[in-house]
Design a protein around this ligand. Sequence first.
Ligand code: HEM
Length: 522
Amino acid sequence: MKEIIQNNTYSLLETLETNPMMPLYFILPIISFFFILSRFSQKKFPPGPKGWPLIGNMMMMDQLTHRGLTKLAQKYGGILHLKMGYLHMTVVSSPTEARQVLQLQDTVFANRPATIAVKYLSYDRADMAFANYGPFWRQMRKLCVMKLFSRRRAESWDSIRDEVDSMTRIVATSTGLSVNIGELVFGLTKNITYRAAFGTCSDGGQDELLNIMQEFSKLFGAFNLGDFIPWLGWADPQGLNTRIVNARASLDSFIDSIIDDHIQRKKANNYDNEVDSDMVDELLDFYGEETKVNDSDDLQNALRLTRDNIKGIIMDVIFGGIETVASAIEWAMAELMKSPEDLKMVQQELANIVGIQRKVEETDIEKLIFFKCCIKETLRLHPPIPLLIHEAAKDAAINDHYIPARSRVIVNVWAIGRDKNSWEDPESFKPSRFLKECVADFKGGNFDFLPFGSGRRSCPGMQLGLYAFEMALANLLHCFTWELPDGMKPSEVEMDDVFGLTAPKATRLVVVPTPRLFCPLY
Ligand code: HEM
């Protein structure tokens, strides 16, 4: 036996001397075996473009817009995978997979991802929009829905009616002149939101807050290496981290003084009436240094808000309320200017239902069937928030595809609204499709049409947003006849958008009004 081993050892040594590559013949198959085994046991990600080692698909960063992701979905399908540095991303662009994310597995996908900017600027997720799904978020949501965003509350706000009235007055003074609709409606939603939040309409304050929010918006959207490759977070070539700290300091000094004023006024007992009170007043009813969170139904006893919570919610309202509604109104006007037949039909309906002796009131809206179709068709083609951004709370699967815990899950609402499997002639503006198709509401039960999202993280400001959208658009259409300037043809109206937190029109819509009603507008 010993001899055999010795002989074999000698022959092996001899072979090695004559052929030094010999060990590779043994090692390579073993490595290959383990490689193949690991490939088989590896979880299967959704299909997607091949990435580079370490950086993954980071070279495709510019394609992370609703349009870029729609193009990728045309190539890879309704669910696709990208890897940005260490971050896995799953992009869903079809109703079936959207239903998985927003309904069937909603508790798994109800978290929000937090970038470095989001964490710091939202006071470490002290708000509702960036809070992870859990008891704290549930209480915040309940508070916002019941106290701040209800339709009854919105209707009680004279601010919306007053501001729509003053917008029509501004237009009436510009008869025969070009009106920049984008600027007009941005001014409107800015005033409504500012008044709803703080109770006043001070111009200086509004401008200061808007500058701060514009900086926030840039910082939310900025590319920060540390978000994708955390161990390179110290390298901050653009100085983003300093800008983030400065931006929050500016918001602090702005809102702290407003909160202090409200506390003083409350002490003086001037603002205990619900109609007079603004959002800060409502939130101060829950103000207390200690945050006690549980699932009790008794909101008043269960939730204590800190100053950071109040600032965070106000930030959500400013971001949620201003640009979403303004961009929806401008898109609706642009689509109708491009489609004179539909413009004529909707104005005829307004004349029939409301009559041309007065402006549109809340009670008219429900009777305006074609007008409602125009609202829906606008939100289908131009959802103000085109991408819903969620995060997986744990390892999960969609259609057998692996979605790792803490990966980003994006629902491309813009692509879904233009999906040719769901919509006939999807790129065309055809409000009448909503007369026959049974896509009736925005509540998110229909996964072909998700302008306000669906399920737990859907928009809590939907009623309020719709109310402002409907009242403003109905009055613009009813009070004036609109024409394009300088003989411009409807087909020449620019319809490009820009990508940010929302997707507003790239070039402002400019149109010329003439009064249409037999009643004074100012
Ligand atoms: C036309 C108007 C609006 C549209 C189309 C819209 C749409 C949306 C969408 C799509 C979402 C995300 C859903 C998801 O991630 O699954 C959202 C969330 C949100 N919206 Fe709106 N929104 C509008 C107006 C408003 C208004 C007026 C407010 C408040 C005053 C508001 C406050 C919020 C907040 C706080 C969230 C985060 C909710 C959470 O994470 O739990 N929105 N909205």
